[in-house]
Design a protein around this ligand. Sequence first.
Ligand SMILES: Nc1ncnc2c1ncn2[C@@H]1O[C@H](COP(=O)(O)OP(=O)(O)OP(=O)(O)O)[C@@H](O)[C@H]1O
Ligand SMILES: [Mg+2]
Length: 301
Amino acid sequence: MECPSCHNQTDDDIPFCIVCGNEFPSEARTLKGITIHQHYLLGDLLGQGGMGEVYEGIDTRDNKRVAVKLVLAAIADDETTKKRFNIEAQALTSVCHPNLVSVLDAGTDEITERPFLIMDFVEGCGLDELIADKPLTTSNALRIIVDIASAVSTLHACGWLHRDIKPSNVIVQETGEAVLLDAGIARSLTSNLNITMMGNVVGTPQAMAPEQILGKALDARTDVYQLGMLLLAMLLGQSAFSAGSTQSWFHMHLSGGLKVTAGQDQRGKLSAVAGKAIATKPDERYQTVDAMLEALHEVIN
Ligand SMILES: Nc1ncnc2c1ncn2[C@@H]1O[C@H](COP(=O)(O)OP(=O)(O)OP(=O)(O)O)[C@@H](O)[C@H]1O
Ligand SMILES: [Mg+2]
């Protein structure tokens, strides 16, 4: 199989990557070639995150290429979570925006008993990979943040928060257009988990808003914060975000420790937008994503 971390090939019967040593999760090793929910034939593993794995797949009814997210059995191990996931994921199938991946189907697979989500397959490169070595140019960062903020604005208009905006949830297509993944998934799968600084941490420490870390109520301004962090990651490069323990990231978010260098040129003005979006106190951020979008358009003009 292909290693989800370094993409080198290892024989299927070896349980770890022979190049980077990454151990393959047992669930990921066995699912290529099986059909989920009678229609979705699993192909190569595209990657894995905190909640499960994503496979390339084919809808065997019309040969459409899809992406199949299989949620880890351990995350949705009770009927209530599965039901909530099904209801919320089904609701997402009606949210449409060109910069938001379309959710085509959702449910719980009868054989593996794992909740699944069927999405349009998005061709392109993960934003996390694009910024791994170096920051983006100002114009590319601007284009991507406007695309993603527009998608989030539509989500909000439909009554959803995203809650997990981060580079690995953005795919940049060859045209330069960016597409946001995993909307709403965090809510349906984590709302019965206790998020505390000492206990279970659900989320990516680098991307979490202070209110998420503290387990407080979330609102549109939480997504504004995450958009600000996404913008900052594009302006500084991922390496600026790779170091540090979970606790040190939490401290950084809670104490407003991220230093943003604003300036009078376009890049400096863009940094200033990121700086305002990541204010520790929600009242000091843009109050809506549309207000942040307005500020971004001012930077463009
Ligand atoms: N609809 C899609 N089309 C193409 N590739 C996708 C699609 N959805 C996900 N992927 C790929 O699968 C990889 C794994 O996604 P996954 O969401 O499991 O990981 P993650 O985003 O790193 O973690 P998290 O569980 O926190 O979202 C992503 O990095 C992305 O490249
Ligand atoms: Mg993801």
